[in-house]
Design a protein around this ligand. Structure first.
Ligand code: ADP
Length: 684
């Protein structure tokens, strides 16, 4: 601190003005108003600002001598009187007052009222200084309105509720009787009535719910891209809804477009039950230099743009939410803090929880213990900047079971959010597991079967091969016995020996057939291009004696045009041999008529050997292919019951099937197929 004192300017520096003149200059050249009253509360002096303001606002001049109460609103006089009593007793006050000016504009002032003391401390009157704070009040009000609009749109309610609340607020704030808001349609072709406040509906036939561009009041405000003021609705050509105005007693209206950047988001229409004398939003462009009208009565472009942006945001949010709510897949926004922030209804529905349960508990609470580590590592990676990921994890259902979800996720690192889309793949997973299990079992079973088949074949081969020797011994010694003791044995004995020889013969045939059967698996399996017509010709010639004897006819002409097919010639010959042989063997009283034909489908050639023999009861159609299964005893037809089992084995090795059908009117047809896609060797 210095000890410097305030020194009034000297005569020479004050341009020869005396102290009275300096004070006068100060008094009249300030923006604050200054009034000095005597103890009778009469004006002693009022500065220029005070007098000009009084003339401007009240049309009265504050000439010295006039009572201060001449300038007060009648309803405030009593209150002011008691205030002045207190001031004259030494108290001081600060008040804020507002005074309506032209066009209803409100002006705000802070008044400081304190006692005027002489140098000896006596109270000689009252000093009133007053500052115009209209601009500050307006700025604050603008801020409050903006805050309010923000609040209305952040409640989480629907757009239509938000719009209704907005209209209610604006009507109260701007002292309007009613309002409606028309929002631009998605294709920008018309304006839709989105909300109404304090409006009775017009009759159904006159009801308007949309306006095209340049149609009616909202459409024209949209087209002209500016606010329109209709002072008398009744006489306006622009305002079409006369019935609506009439039943609501609306006399004037303002249509105000809402700009979001350059696009018009909608139009608000305000209604008054009195004739309108000034527009709610003036034509700003007409007088850009001029003073802005008071905020109290005019909607500022900044506030309007704020409203438009909020509506736009809310519409976008609602449209997005529709998809969000519709999706049968799971949609989630999760925080890296361990909590879900937003979920679509599918997620809790799939898991059997309420939305609240899922939002209030950390998501780790629902995850399968075995998937916790992997999931939390991933969340950390997202927090650390990982952009996208595909992963699967299990969530616990309310009933205690677990559901698999396949997630595609991406992150918004700055906000610590993970956006995820997931499919419930529980069913797929359990099917996969079941299939895998089945496959394992099949492989095991196939291996077991292959082993046991191989063992069986080996056994059949060894048994039939080794049995031949003792059998030969039995038959030759039986023959020797018969020769040597021919004379000593009676007829019954001879008959027994013949039975025994016969039995040994049949056993020999059985063993040979069994050997043949077991050899199908061990014979060479290489594939060749085979001309079946040649093979069948060979087979038929093998049977020529039997054919002659039985007067059989065998027609294989259909095979003539058949191109060579892939197969094993040795096995195919045996196949035809067995089937043709049976067709002759199981003949009826008629001479056998055998026909061999062929057809083809997409995957295979299908052959048919039909006969006119004794036929097969369809009930035994499957049984005849089983080894040792015969439909006749050996006295009726000789045989071992192995021929068709061999045929089946050969066909299966060629990737085909064999079956038998009745051949009307008489006999049977044996069908078998050979795959067209055989390559390399046949399976052994
Ligand atoms: P086998 O002829 O040695 O008895 P197969 O395995 O060749 O053995 O035939 C099994 C049974 O199928 C035969 O016993 C017979 O009853 C029946 N069968 C086979 N082919 C025919 C056919 N073409 N007509 C009628 N029955 C047949």
């Amino acid at each position: 601190m210095t000890n410097q004192q305030y020194n009034p300017p000297s005569e020479s520096t004050s341009n020869a003005l005396d102290q009275g003149a300096v004070l006068n200059l100060l008094l009249h050249n300030t923006d604050e108003s200054f009034i000095l009253l005597n103890t009778q509360l009469e004006i002693i002096v009022a500065n220029r600002e005070a007098r000009e303001r009084s003339i401007r606002l009240l049309n009265k001049d504050m000439t010295p001598g006039r009572s201060i109460f001449d300038f007060a609103a009648p309803d405030r006089i009593e209150m002011l009187k008691s205030l002045y009593v207190k001031i004259l007793a030494g108290e001081q006050f600060e008040t804020v007052i507002n005074i309506p000016g032209e066009n209803g504009k409100l002006f705000f002032y802070t008044n400081f009222m304190r006692p005027a003391r002489s140098t000896n401390g006596n109270i000689e009157g009252v000093i009133i200084t007053s500052r115009d704070i209209t601009k500050e009040v307006e700025a604050q009000r603008e801020k409050d309105r903006s805050l309010m609009v923000g609040q209305i749109f952040s409640t989480g309610k629907s757009l239509s509720k938000n719009l209704y609340e907005l209209l209610a607020y604006l009507c109260t704030e701007f002292k309007k009787d009613a309002a409606e808001i028309w929002v631009t349609s998605i294709d920008e072709k018309c304006l839709h009535l989105s909300s109404r406040f304090q409006c009775l509906d017009e009759s159904e036939k006159n009801k308007r719910i949309a306006f095209k561009i340049n149609e009616g009041l909202p459409g024209t405000a949209w087209y002209q891209r500016k606010a329109l003021h209709i002072p008398q609705l009744e006489h306006s050509n622009l305002f079409l809804r006369k019935e609506f105005a009439q039943i609501n007693h609306f006399q004037s209206a303002d249509a105000i477009p809402l700009f979001d950047d350059d696009r018009i988001q909608g139009v608000i229409v305000f209604f008054s039950k009195t004739e309108g004398n000034h527009p709610m939003q003036p034509d700003w462009n007409k007088n850009p230099e001029g003073a802005l009208p008071a905020m109290a009565t005019y909607l500022s472009p900044v506030l309007l743009e704020h409203i438009a942006t909020e509506i736009n945001r809310k519409i976008a949010e609602e449209r997005l939410n529709k998809f969000f709510d519709l999706s049968p897949d799971v949609l989630s926004i999760a925080g890296v803090d361990g909590y879900f922030k937003k979920l679509n209804p599918s997620f809790p529905a799939i898991l059997g929880y309420s939305m609240e349960e899922m939002l209030q508990n950390p998501y780790y609470h629902f995850i399968h213990p075995d998937d916790l580590l992997a999931t939390s590592v991933l969340v950390e990676e997202f927090a650390g900047g990982l952009k996208a990921s595909y992963f699967e994890n299990r969530f616990r259902h309310a009933d205690g079971s677990y559901r698999w979800f396949a997630w595609t996720s991406t992150s918004l690192e700055e906000e610590g959010l993970i956006f995820g889309v997931a499919k419930d793949v529980t069913q797929k997973k359990s099917q996969e597991e079941a299939l895998q299990h089945l496959n394992q079992q099949l492989v095991k079973r196939a291996l077991e079967l292959a082993n046991s088949n191989a063992d069986l074949e080996k056994f059949a081969y060894v048994a039939s091969h080794d049995l031949q020797e003792p059998l030969r011994m039995v038959s030759s010694f039986l023959q020797l016995l018969e020769k040597k003791y021919e004379n000593n044995i009676d007829d019954t004995g001879k008959q027994y020996i013949r039975f025994a020889v016969d039995g040994a013969e049949r056993m020999k045939k059985l063993i040979l057939d069994l050997l043949e059967y077991s050899r199908v698996g061990t014979k060479p399996t290489e594939l060749k291009s085979v001309t079946l017509a040649d093979i069948v010709e060979d087979v038929v010639s093998q049977y020529h004696l039997l054919v002659e004897e039985t007067k059989a006819t065998i027609d294989a002409s259909a095979l003539k045009n058949l191109p060579p097919i892939m197969g094993n010639p040795f096995l195919l010959k045996q196949l035809f041999h067995n089937l043709v042989g049976n067709a002759i063997k199981y003949r009826s009283k008629e001479p056998p008529v055998i026909k061999i034909s062929c057809s083809e489908d997409e995957d295979s050639f299908v052959f048919c050997i039909s006969d006119n023999g004794i036929g097969i009861d369809p009930r035994f159609a499957e049984k005849v292919f089983v080894i040792f299964q015969r439909l006749h005893n050996s006295s009726a037809y000789k045989g071992t019951g192995i021929g068709l089992a061999i045929a089946k084995k050969i066909v299966e090795k060629h990737g085909g099937k064999i079956w038998v059908e009745p051949n009307p009117p008489q006999g049977s047809s044996f069908f078998f197929s050979i795959s067209k896609y055989l390559h390399q060797n046949l399976p052994t």
